[in-house]
Design a protein around this ligand. Structure first.
Ligand code: PPS
Length: 586
C-alpha cells in the first residue's frame, strides 16, 4: 500500500497543491503540547462524544480549514444566514461544541477547557471565546431546511445535544487514535504532498458511505476519464446514517474494487467525518473538505447526503438541489462539480450506460438497496452484472441470510399484560429445538441485576430500556437470540432500541396489548390495587403513560388466546421472515 507518511509541517504543502487554500494546522508543537499536558489537572474538562471527537480531529488536522476552532454564536449565525464565515469565506455547516450545563458553569470567556477522549486523554485545549445557548430549532431550520424530527440530523439536535455551546480556538495536543486501517488514514497535508509528489493535479474525489457496486465503479471510471483526471475514493468512515453497512466491510469492499481500475489512476483514503445528512449544504461542505485534501473535482449525485424520506415518504430535498448549489459556488471554491449520472446495466449491450443515454429499445437493469438486502436476507443470488463477485462475497459475510443471524424479540405492554409469560414460553420452545443460544431479559430480572439503582421516572425508565437494548444488540450481533420483556412505555426509546438492534440483526416488536382492565383484574402482584390506593405513585396505565406502538410487527391480546397460541404466532412470524427454520415453529 502507498506510503503517505506525514510531512513535517502542513502549510509548506499548500503551495505545491494547485487546489485549496492554505491549510490550517492546529496541532501544538511538541514543547507546547507537553506544557499543556502538564496543566491538564488545573483545567475544567469535557469528555467528547464520538461525533465531537470526529469534528475535533478534522479541525486539528486541517480538514476543516479555514476553521480554527469550534464556532462562536456570531460565526454560527453568519453560517446559518449566508453559508459564509464572518470574513466571507464559504462555510455552510455549523461546527459547534455542545456541553453539559454543569461543565459550562465552570467556564468563563477567556478561560480554557481541556477536551478529553473517552479514556481521559487530553486531545486539545479550547480557548473559550463564547458561551452561548443555541436556538436549536433555528439551527435545525438553517442547517437542514426543516425543524421536523423525522430528519435524523434534526432529531440528533433535538434529542441528543446539550443546550449550551462553547466556542473558541483549538490547540491540538494529540490526535485521536485509530487502530483500524491506520495505513489508509491521511492528514490533508500528507495527502496533498503525496498527490503532488506523484504529479497528480487533476483529482476527482468520490464521497461514499456505501459499498461500491459496478454502477459506482463505471461512473467513477467515466468521471475520471472524461475530466482527464485521477480518482480519489474518499469514503466517510466516521458517523454516517443509521443502518448503513459498517465501515470495516465497506473498506474491504473498496480495497477489492480498487484492483478493478486500469493502470494507476486511483487511490483510497478514509475520511473521519461525522455526516449531518444535510443534503445540499452538506454537499458544498464535502467539496470544501475535499479541496482541503487536495482534490480539484467532486462527484455529487442526485440526493447527496440525503437523509432518506420524511414521514410522508417524500424526499427532504429536491433531487438536483445539491448539484445546483455546488455548481453556483464551484468557481469561487476552485472545485469543479462532477454531476453524478445514474448508471444502469443494459443487458443488450452487456455494459453500463447513463440512464439518460439508454436507447429506447433497451431494457435497463438496476437493483435497489432494499432488493439487495432482501436477496442477502434470503440467501438468494446477487447478479454479477450488479456487483463484482468478490464484493458480493464480502456482503454475504457481513449480512448472512437471516437464518444464520441473531435477532431480538422485544415484548412491550402494561404490567400484567402477559409479557413475561409469553417470553418464557417462547424461551422454552426455542430451547427445546436447541440450535441457538437464547437469553431472556425479563423486566423484573433486569431491574434486579442490571438496573437495581433505577426507579420509575421517565428518565430512569428510558435508561433501563436503553440498557436492555444495548445488551440485546450485543447478543444479536453475536448471532444469539435475545428475548426482552420490559414495559418500555415510551415510543422514542423503543425506536432507539430497534435502530440499535437492526444494525446487527433482526428486531421483532411484539405489543402485548392486553386491555388495562384485564391486567388490573389479574393483578398478580397486587400492584394495581396499591397504585389505585395511591400507595404506589407513577404506575404505568394508572397515573403514568403508556404510548402504544405504531410499529409493532405483532399485536397480541392475551385475554383472547392462550400463551401457546400466542407463541405459535410469534414463531410463525419468525419463520416467515426467515429467522427460524420450521422445526422451532413445531
Ligand atoms: S420499564 O418502564 O420498562 O422501565 O419497567 P420495567 O423495567 O419493565 O419494570 C416494570 C416492573 O416493575 C414493577 N413496578 C412498576 N411497573 C410500572 N410502574 C411502576 N411505577 C412500577 N413499580 C414497580 C412491576 O412489577 C413491573 O413488572 P411487570 O412484569 O411488567 O408486571
Amino acid at each position: 500500500m502507498t506510503d503517505f507518511s506525514d510531512p513535517p509541517a502542513a502549510d509548506s504543502f499548500s503551495l505545491i497543491a494547485p487546489h485549496g487554500g492554505a491549510l490550517v494546522d492546529l496541532m501544538a508543537a511538541p514543547d507546547r503540547a507537553a506544557a499543556l499536558r502538564a496543566e491538564q489537572r488545573d483545567l475544567p474538562s469535557w469528555v467528547l462524544t464520538q461525533r465531537q471527537m470526529l469534528d475535533l480531529e478534522l479541525l486539528m488536522v486541517g480538514g476543516f480549514s479555514p476553521l480554527r476552532g469550534f464556532q462562536t454564536a456570531a460565526e454560527v449565525a453568519s453560517v446559518c444566514e449566508s453559508m459564509r464565515l464572518p470574513d466571507g469565506a464559504l462555510w455552510p455547516i455549523p461546527v459547534t461544541l455542545d456541553i453539559e450545563p454543569s461543565t459550562a458553569e465552570r467556564l468563563e470567556v477567556g478561560g480554557r477547557l481541556a477536551l478529553l477522549d473517552g479514556e481521559g486523554v487530553m486531545l486539545a485545549v479550547l480557548h473559550v471565546e463564547d458561551l452561548w445557548e443555541p436556538d436549536i430549532e433555528a439551527l435545525a431550520e438553517a442547517t437542514f431546511g426543516t425543524r421536523k424530527a423525522d430528519h435524523p440530523g434534526v432529531r440528533h439536535l433535538l434529542t441528543r445535544s446539550n443546550r449550551v455551546a462553547v466556542g473558541g480556538r483549538i490547540e491540538g495536543v494529540e490526535r485521536p487514535q485509530h487502530y483500524d486501517f491506520a495505513e489508509l488514514r491521511h492528514t490533508p497535508a500528507a495527502l496533498r504532498a503525496w498527490l503532488a509528489g506523484r504529479g497528480w493535479s487533476r483529482i476527482v474525489a468520490f464521497q461514499t458511505r456505501n459499498p461500491m457496486h459496478r454502477a459506482h465503479f463505471e461512473m467513477t471510471l467515466r468521471a475520471a476519464q472524461r475530466h482527464d483526471a485521477k480518482l480519489l475514493i474518499h469514503p466517510v468512515v466516521g458517523a454516517t446514517k443509521a443502518g448503513d453497512l459498517d465501515h470495516y466491510t465497506r473498506v474491504r469492499c473498496y480495497r477489492k474494487v480498487l484492483a478493478r481500475y486500469p493502470g494507476s489512476m486511483v487511490e483510497l483514503s478514509l475520511l473521519p467525518l461525522a455526516m449531518r445528512m444535510a443534503g445540499p449544504r452538506e454537499a458544498l461542505w464535502h467539496a470544501i473538505v475535499r479541496k482541503n485534501y487536495g482534490c480539484s473535482h467532486f462527484i455529487v449525485g442526485r440526493d447527496h447526503a440525503g437523509p432518506g424520506l420524511d414521514a410522508q415518504h417524500r424526499p427532504f430535498y429536491p433531487p438536483y438541489a445539491a448539484q445546483e448549489l455546488l455548481r453556483r459556488h464551484q468557481d469561487e471554491l476552485g472545485v469543479e462539480l462532477v454531476a453524478f449520472e445514474r448508471m444502469v446495466y443494459v443487458e443488450e449491450r452487456d455494459g453500463y450506460l447513463p440512464a439518460s443515454e439508454c436507447p429506447p429499445e433497451t431494457r435497463p437493469l438496476d437493483l435497489s438497496g432494499s432488493e439487495l438486502r432482501r436477496r442477502l436476507d434470503l440467501g438468494l443470488e446477487i447478479p454479477t452484472w450488479f456487483t463484482f463477485p468478490e464484493i458480493a462475497d464480502e456482503l454475504r459475510r457481513s449480512r448472512p441470510p437471516r437464518g444464520q443471524r441473531g435477532f431480538t424479540v422485544f415484548f412491550t405492554g402494561l404490567s400484567g399484560a402477559g409479557k413475561s409469560t409469553l417470553a418464557k414460553v417462547l424461551l422454552a420452545r426455542l430451547l427445546e429445538v436447541g440450535e441457538r443460544s437464547v437469553t431472556l431479559l425479563d423486566g423484573d430480572i433486569v431491574r434486579r441485576h442490571l438496573s437495581s439503582e433505577l426507579g420509575f421516572s421517565k428518565e430512569h425508565r428510558d435508561i433501563n430500556v436503553r440498557r436492555i437494548g444495548f445488551v440485546a444488540s450485543e447478543i444479536t450481533k453475536n448471532r444469539g437470540i435475545a428475548l426482552c420483556a420490559p414495559i418500555a412505555p415510551y415510543d422514542a426509546v423503543r425506536r432507539e432500541v430497534r435502530e440499535m438492534v437492526e444494525e446487527r440483526g433482526g428486531f421483532v416488536l411484539v405489543h402485548v396489548a392486553t386491555p388495562l382492565d384485564v391486567c388490573a383484574d389479574r393483578d398478580r402482584k397486587g400492584l394495581y390495587a396499591a397504585a389505585r390506593a395511591g400507595r404506589i405513585k407513577g404506575f404505568t396505565g394508572i397515573d403514568d403513560p403508556y404510548e402504544e406502538p405504531a410499529d409493532a410487527e405483532l399485536v397480541i391480546d392475551t385475554a383472547e388466546c392462550t400463551p401457546d397460541e400466542a407463541v405459535d404466532r410469534i414463531l410463525e412470524h419468525l419463520e416467515e421472515e426467515g429467522y427460524l427454520q420450521s422445526a422451532a415453529a413445531g
